[in-house]
Design a protein around this ligand. Structure first.
Ligand SMILES: Nc1ncnc2c1ncn2[C@@H]1O[C@H](COP(=O)(O)OP(=O)(O)OP(=O)(O)O)[C@@H](O)[C@H]1O
Ligand SMILES: [Mg+2]
Length: 221
């Protein structure tokens, strides 16, 4: 039996009353899947991720994620859902006033992990992403590619139920890109469902995952 974790049913998103960013999108994602959402600039990739993060509401249609759905009026359960999702936002959303180490450990702190575990897991990921020597630096003191890596490390640190990463390879060189894909794969094998967006069709194709093509807000069948 299929174990559907995410479902979009007739989802449309219209901004400002006229800009139709998503058009009647139907999509089912099974638990444990690894997917690429591919499409050119303006196709609606970020919009779809924002809807999944419940930062935006659909203009019509419904989104189901785990035990939550977009029609739910009780927003109190939203933080509970978000704790299960690791996100790499297009604009990263790193905390400027906090060190790399502090940025990275935040998801562990929010989920109430023990200090000993926080320390060791944070050090482990800093090492894996070659950021350990810069752990006391602030985001503005590292390169753009390193900031991207930090945001990715933060999204995966908790081994969340779902990982959403918006254009995670933008600004990264080929070597790091493939290291990062391996990292996502590893975390996927441990059980996380992974959804990555990219306009780089070549990267998506070189990887054996499911590819969803979005064009002008519609999924190409
Ligand atoms: N907050 C917003 N208000 C109004 N229009 C928006 C908003 N966000 C996105 N749009 C519009 O919705 C459409 C889809 O945008 P979206 O950011 O989802 O595309 P994308 O596929 O992520 O593109 P990119 O590859 O450039 O990141 C675009 O036409 C964009 O102008
Ligand atoms: Mg985008």
């Amino acid at each position: 039996m299929k174990d559907i974790l995410i479902k979009l049913q007739g989802v449309s998103k219209i901004y400002d009353g006229w800009r139709n960013a998503l058009k009647n999108v139907d999509l089912e994602i099974e638990k444990g899947e690894f997917l690429f959402l591919v499409g050119p600039n303006g196709a609606g990739k970020t919009t779809l991720l924002k809807l999944l993060w419940m930062e935006e509401e659909p203009s019509s249609g419904v989104i189901f994620i785990d035990k939550y759905n977009s029609l739910e009026k009780n927003k109190k359960r939203l933080p509970e859902l978000r704790q299960k999702i690791g996100v790499v936002f297009e604009d990263l959303k790193l905390m400027k006033e906090r060190t790399l180490e502090e940025n990275l450990s935040l998801p562990l702190r929010l989920s109430g992990k023990k200090e000993k575990h926080i320390k060791s897991r944070t050090a482990e990921l800093l090492g894996a992403f070659n950021l350990y020597p810069k752990r006391k630096s602030f985001p503005k003191e590292i390169s753009a590619g390193e900031r991207k890596k930090l945001a990715i490390a933060r999204a995966v640190i908790n081994e969340p139920l779902i990982i959403l990463a918006d254009e995670p390879f933008g600004g990264l060189d080929e070597k790091v890109t493939f290291e990062i894909i391996d990292f996502f794969k590893e975390i996927n094998l441990k059980g996380s469902t992974v959804l990555l967006t990219t306009y780089r069709t070549d990267i998506a194709k070189s990887f054996k995952g499911r590819i969803i093509q979005l064009e002008r807000g519609e999924i190409r069948k």
